[in-house]
Design a protein around this ligand. Structure first.
Ligand SMILES: [Fe+2]
Length: 299
């Protein structure tokens, strides 16, 4: 779906000014009482589709806070096509919550009707582009808005790939008018795992299409098969690492202000700890954007 038919995914000022927090089920009840607030919240719709009580709490929270829906089950990279029942369930939740953004991963996670508990990689080829573009088109038609695609955390590449990940994402934007979610932590750990430059990746990323940024913690594991003897795993089980904060500042200097989300999905700490990460994201953003403005004035 192209042009005016796609609603503009927002980068509205309230979301851009303060970092949001990924809202997970352990914190749902206390956030619903109003005990904590963040700049905005992002949830995985799959946590609410078969949980009426959680869905009721979510609807209540959405009346007071900007929300984003980040699906982990749409599987735009599956050759067998989208699960239309799942897409319809997602559309019903979108109608209830009216989120600012609806996003998901450049990955596949279903095969012949079976759901795999992982986000699996694609070869970056013309054939894959046609598959993903058709599914993004279908999702956008159903949702009536732009779908926002996230760069994956990578551990392996494909000898068959004929383009880089950034070239693949840029071509998807050109073909579908989708928007992009730049997960800065994924950019950092993929570059470390695959042996390329994370800063060059951010510099090549299609800035005009970036609707949101993610920051999450990773875990280091020993791995004899890699040159550095370790692999970085996208566990979302730790604080954001210092080099990711530096790459985040670089991304903001290049992209400008963007809605930014803290993701923490395993070993989930108290909600107040998530707010500490969000406050740090706000401080890093303020510094980076002030620096970028000063640089622009003196040029
Ligand atoms: Fe992410």
């Amino acid at each position: 779906m192209r042009g005016a038919a796609v609603a503009e995914a927002g980068t509205s000022e309230p979301q851009a000014r303060r970092a949001g927090v990924g809202l997970r089920l352990p914190h749902l009840a206390e956030v619903a009482t109003g005990a904590f607030a963040a700049g905005w919240f992002e949830v995985h719709p799959e946590n609410f589709l078969a949980n009426p009580h959680a869905r009721e709490l979510l609807q209540h929270i959405a009346t007071r806070h900007a929300m984003s829906l980040h699906t982990v089950g749409l599987s735009v990279g599956s050759v067998g096509g989208l699960d239309r029942d799942h897409l319809a369930r997602l559309c019903r939740l979108v109608a209830e919550i009216d989120p600012v953004l609806v996003s998901g991963h450049l990955a596949w996670s279903t095969h012949r009707g079976r759901y795999l508990n992982d986000l699996l990689p694609l070869p970056y080829t013309e054939e894959s582009l046609r598959v993903v573009a058709a599914h993004v088109d279908e999702a956008q038609q159903a949702l009536g808005r732009a779908y926002v695609l996230e760069n994956p955390a990578s551990y392996v590449g494909f000898a068959d790939s004929t383009m880089t990940e950034v070239e693949f994402l840029a071509e998807l934007v050109a073909r579908t008018d989708c928007r992009l979610l730049c997960d800065v932590s994924n950019a950092y750990l993929s570059a470390a795992n695959m042996g390329y430059d994370a800063y060059a990746y951010i510099d090549a990323f299609p800035a005009h299409a970036v609707a949101e940024l993610h920051l999450g913690g990773f875990t280091r594991e020993a791995d004899d098969a890699t040159p550095g003897g370790e692999v970085l795993i996208d566990t979302h089980a730790a604080a954001i690492a210092p080099p990711v904060w530096e790459l985040f500042a670089h991304a903001l200097r290049r992209f400008g202000a963007r809605p930014t989300l803290i993701e923490w999905d395993n070993d989930i700490p108290a909600f107040s700890r998530l707010l500490v990460e969000a406050a740090r994201a706000d401080a890093v953003a303020t510094g980076a954007l002030t620096e970028a403005r000063a640089h622009a004035v003196t040029r």
